[in-house]
Design a protein around this ligand. Sequence first.
Ligand code: ZN
Ligand code: ZN
Length: 377
Amino acid sequence: MLYAVGVVDDDLYPPERLGTGQRAAAAAGLDALLVTPGADLRYLTGYQAKAGERLTCLVLPATGEPTLIVPRLERPAAESSPAPRTGVRIVDHADGSDPYPLVAAALGGGLRAVGLSNRTWAEQVLGLRAALPGVAQRLAGDVLRGLRMRKSPAEVAALREAGTAIDAVHARMPEWLAPGRTERQVGADIATGIQAAGNAFTAFVTVAAGPNGASPHHTTSDRVIERGDPVVVDIGGVMPSGYCSDSTRTYVVGGPPPVELAEAYQVLERAQREAVGAVAPGVPAGAVDAVARDLLTTAGYGPAFLHRIGHGIGLDGHEDPYLVTGSRQALEPGMVFSVEPGVYLAGRYGARIEDIVVCTDDGAERLNRRPTELLAW
Ligand code: ZN
Ligand code: ZN
C-alpha cells in the first residue's frame, strides 16, 4: 500500500510506541529520553520535525507524562502531525524566550541520567546540560537502536514498498544512461525519476563512470560517460512513509566491459549471492561480511573491497545493525539491511551490487529484485 503524505498508519507508527520507549529507558537505568528532530523522534511519535536552531525536544520520562517542546511557530505542524494521538502534551516557546527550563520543568527533580538522541546538535546538548546540572548525559541510541533495528511487519512492508519503488528507477536506466552524457545530466534525470516513482524526496544519487567508480561515495561530476565505461549507479529515496531505499547496480554502456572488470564482476556477483544466502537468524552480522570478503580475498580482490558489506536501513538510510568485520550482533527476523560488496580498482573503475534484504525466520528475503548481472547496452 502507498502512504500518502500526512496520513499515518497506526500499524507503522503505533501510538503505544512511546510507552515502549519509556520501558526501554527505565530498563537501561535512564530517567528520561530527550529526543530532538530526526529518525528517533519520528519513530517514537510519527512527527517529522524540522531540525533547526530553535529547540524541538520530546521529553520522555521513564515514568510519567511525555511532553513535546516545540517552537511556537511549529505548534500547528506538531498539532497536525501524528504526535498528539500518542497522548503527548505539547508545550511551546516563543522566540526570545529560553526553552531549556521547559525541559527541566517537564522532568522535575531527582534525576541521575538522561539519554539524548545521538544526532542532537552540540549547542542543544550543552543547553540541556546547563538546564539539568549534575545529570549524566548518555546516548538514547543505546536504548532505541534495539527497538529500531527489529522492524515490525508494517515497517518491513514499508521498506518493501521503498525497495520496489527504487527498483522501478533502476529499470529506467537505459532511458538515461548513454555515452556522451555527463554523470550530472544522468543524475538529474535519475533524481526526477526517484520522485516520479513515489518517493517523497531523493536521498542521494551516485553516478560514477570509469575511474570515478573506484570511489564508493562519489556522487556525480561533469565527467562525460565514454563508450565501454562501467558506471556504478547507487540511488536512494525516502518514501512518504518515512522509510528509505538504497540500491546499487553497475552498468556498461556503448561497448563491452573491460575484461579485467568483467572478471572481477563474476566474483563480486557470487560474493553478493552467497552473502545473501548466509543471512539467517542467529548468524553474526560479521559472518555475512566474512562470506563475501573471503571469496573476494581468495580471488585477489581483498584490498579492493574497502568497506563493510552492509548497514541497517529504516527511517535512516544508515542505521543498526552494521554488518562489519568482527560484529557479533546476531541477526534476527525483522532486521533489514544492505548486502553490498564492491570491488574498487583505483584509477580504473569499480563495481558494486547492493540489495536490501530482510532477515526472515529461515533466511533472507530480497527487497530489491533487479537482476544482479553486469547489465550492458
Ligand atoms: Zn547504496
Ligand atoms: Zn548502502
